[in-house]
Design a protein around this ligand. Structure first.
Ligand SMILES: Nc1ncnc2c1ncn2[C@@H]1O[C@H](COP(=O)(O)OP(=O)(O)OP(=O)(O)O)[C@@H](O)[C@H]1O
Length: 249
């Protein structure tokens, strides 16, 4: 399992968000994608999952350049992103059934996977008969995660998976990801929840000024654990010092 991103560029209204990025993801990678608000993390993900057309660049999946509908790649993809939320008019059960149909998962396999996933992530299974429009933020995230995993994706992409989850749910997601990572799977997690990222990632990517500022092992990023991850990120991003001039406070 290998995905190469070559010379990926994207601008919005003349402002470069991604500038000639080159990256390779390999099986076993659990990547924490970090960066400030507006750094381009979601744009990178959206280009990767074919929601946003890049200005330039190509994706090479297992040696094949992805073109057209990229179906071979999408079949092995699992995505959790607020940009494509679970359909609010569906019940949780219907939503998972819909995902199962999209991936042509047979009925017996579907029953087993959906039951085991929902039993793991949810306490109150009565909710599955209610429409997703009645779910809380965390419940929407969890049903979205169940949907993302249903096809047992080789590439699992999670955009802000921890945002809106209570601490118990976060623990469940982390435990699940620790179970899910394998030498033949890639997990890409864009998140600001650095301590949670640290519990699952083995590789860190930092995006800043449309470029990759850091790409390496988590242990190198934190200088063999001598820095906490937030401090390490702070060092890379070196934010401008702003002078406080609130004379009205
Ligand atoms: N559809 C769009 N039209 C115009 N500009 C956009 C669009 N989508 C994103 N941008 C701009 O691209 C830049 C990167 O946005 P993006 O959402 O990728 O950042 P991010 O790193 O995911 O941020 P955050 O951490 O806040 O989620 C921002 O300046 C944003 O305003």
């Amino acid at each position: 399992m290998e995905l190469c991103i070559q010379n990926l560029s994207k601008s919005y209204q003349g402002k470069s968000v991604l500038s000639s990025l080159n990256l390779t993801f390999q099986g076993g990678d659990v990547v924490g994608l970090l960066g400030k608000n507006g750094a381009g993390k979601s744009t990178l993900i959206n280009c990767l999952i074919d929601l946003v057309a890049p200005d330039a660049g190509q994706f090479i999946f297992n040696g094949q350049v992805l073109t057209g509908d990229r179906l071979a790649f999408k079949k092995v993809l699992g995505i959790l992103s607020d940009v494509i939320p679970p359909i609010p008019e569906f019940t949780g059960t219907d939503y998972l059934r819909f995902i199962g149909l999209v991936h042509k998962i047979d009925a017996v396999t579907f029953q087993k996977r959906s039951k085991e996933l929902t039993d793991f992530f949810f306490d109150d299974t009565n909710m599955f008969n209610k429409t997703i429009s009645q779910y809380s933020t965390g419940m929407i995230k969890k049903i979205g995660l169940c949907g993302a995993i249903l096809n047992v994706p080789s590439m699992l992409i999670l955009d802000e998976p921890f945002a809106g989850l209570d601490p118990v749910a976060v623990k469940q997601v982390i435990a699940f990801l620790q179970m899910y990572r394998r030498p033949d799977r890639i997990i890409l997690i864009a998140s600001h929840d650095l301590n949670y990222v640290e519990e699952v990632a083995n590789r860190i990517l930092v995006l800043d000024d449309a470029k990759i500022k850091f790409d390496g092992e988590l242990t190198d990023f934190t200088a063999q654990g001598t820095k906490v991850i937030s401090e390490a990120l702070f060092d890379f991003l070196a934010p401008r010092k702003k002078v406080m001039t609130f004379d009205w406070i």
